[in-house]
Design a protein around this ligand. Structure first.
Ligand code: NDP
Ligand code: 13P
Length: 352
């Protein structure tokens, strides 16, 4: 039987699609939910009509969700915040918080990215930006979960992970409900790498569909995409098992096959011949996979791991390679084995 939840004051930082949908989950669980955004007219809309039309059209938010534009007010007396801004905004938002925050925070991040050049995962960026006396715990929440479906209260499953499993279980209790089932996993590296890198494969799947290729090609991208994500993740210290879970294959399936996916949609336009900047301008929402491709390409070099799909996408996005030529390049690679590379990495890890 489920333990009765204690109602908390919780702040969600970032009023885009995912922050707003997660605020609804917290509100459904009876938590006093503050939703911070930097756009005053959007926050006024949330507080007056209880809608966020730009990001979640036709959805009515529970009235217990209160919008804030003032960050110190949004965090006053709060012990747990949900950080729901795109990866590239994370440092900027944390720098603002550090200026006024006095009490330690548990930061639950829900973003899916890797920082190019530093090659840090998001929990590592948070640990770098937050002085240790202001940081109780960092928890990651990830998994196959489009905001559009969560806001309709359709059944959804996600995973939370943290170095301290007590913290992860506390966040599991905060979010779990009849529509939103939350699992725990102690493998922070695997959860963060799977969530971030699936966006690369979703872009590639969109390109494949845009080129007019079919289900065979998409299944190949999902499966071989998972293989290269797992190869890198395991080299970085992740458990191979995590990639067969919600934040691995689960998120790959949803992002590569759903019309809700911004990464798939952006890829689809690229496959149809549109230019990257034009595609990003049209999307109006974050397409994390673009920056993550750059970061993963750099990680593959650093860890000396073969990531052919990531390399092909890097060529399309940043070096003007024609998508059809990139696919031809992938299909004409030297013949190879299916699982030996990962098996070798596992062997060398266990020999250490
Ligand atoms: N949408 C989804 O279904 C899911 C998304 N995610 C992840 O969640 C993260 C956020 O994505 P999502 O909500 O979808 O993105 P959206 O593009 O829908 O919204 C992003 C929000 O962040 C705000 N923002 C951007 N830059 C800043 C900044 N510098 N300071 C303050 N606010 C800023 C935007 O404001 P403005 O409106 O002014 O641009 C907007 O409110 C991403 O990493 C994504 O991968 C994870 C799971 C599901
Ligand atoms: O991470 C997501 C679903 O789990 C959202 O994916 P997109 O950013 O591609 O929309």
């Amino acid at each position: 039987m489920r333990v009765e939840q204690k109602q908390e004051e919780v702040s969600v930082i970032g009023a885009g699609s995912w922050g707003t949908a997660l605020a609804m989950v917290l509100a459904d669980n009876g938590h006093h939910t503050r939703l911070w955004g930097h756009n005053p007219s959007q926050i006024e809309e949330i507080n007056t009509t209880h809608t966020n039309e730009k990001y979640l059209p036709d959805i009515v938010l529970p009235e217990i969700v209160k919008g804030y534009t003032n960050l110190p007010d949004a965090l006053a007396g709060v012990e747990t915040i949900i950080l729901a801004v795109p990866t590239k905004a994370i440092r900027e938002v944390l720098k603002k918080i550090v200026q006024f925050q006095k009490e330690p925070l548990t930061i639950v991040h829900v973003s899916k990215g890797i920082e190019p050049d530093t090659l840090l995962r998001i929990s590592e960026m948070i640990e770098e930006e937050m002085p240790s006396e202001l940081l109780s715990e960092v928890v990651v929440l990830s998994g196959p979960s489009h905001a559009e479906e969560v806001s309709l209260r359709h059944p959804t499953t996600v995973t939370v992970s943290a170095k301290d499993m007590v913290a992860a279980e506390r966040i599991q209790d905060l979010f779990i409900n009849q529509n939103f089932r939350v699992y725990t996993n102690p493998d922070v590296i695997g959860v963060e790498i799977g969530g971030a890198l699936k966006n690369i494969i979703a872009l590639a799947a969109g390109i494949s569909d845009g080129l007019g290729y079919g289900d065979n090609a998409k299944a190949a991208l999902i499966t071989r995409g998972l293989a290269e994500i797992a190869r890198l993740g395991v080299k970085m210290g992740a458990s191979p098992l995590t990639f067969s879970g919600l934040t691995g294959i689960g998120d790959l399936i949803v992002t590569c096959t759903s019309v809700h996916s911004r990464n798939w949609r952006a890829g689809n336009m690229l496959g149809k011949g549109h230019q990257l900047q034009e595609v990003l301008d049209k999307m109006g929402m974050v397409v994390e996979g673009v920056r993550t491709t750059k970061a993963a390409y750099q990680l593959a070099e650093k860890f000396n791991v073969k990531m052919p799909i990531t390399a092909a996408l890097n060529g399309i996005l940043f070096n003007g390679v024609n998508p059809k030529d990139a696919v031809d390049g992938l299909m004409s690679r030297e013949k190879t084995h299916e699982v030996e590379d990962l098996a070798n990495i596992l062997d060398s890890n266990s020999a250490k």
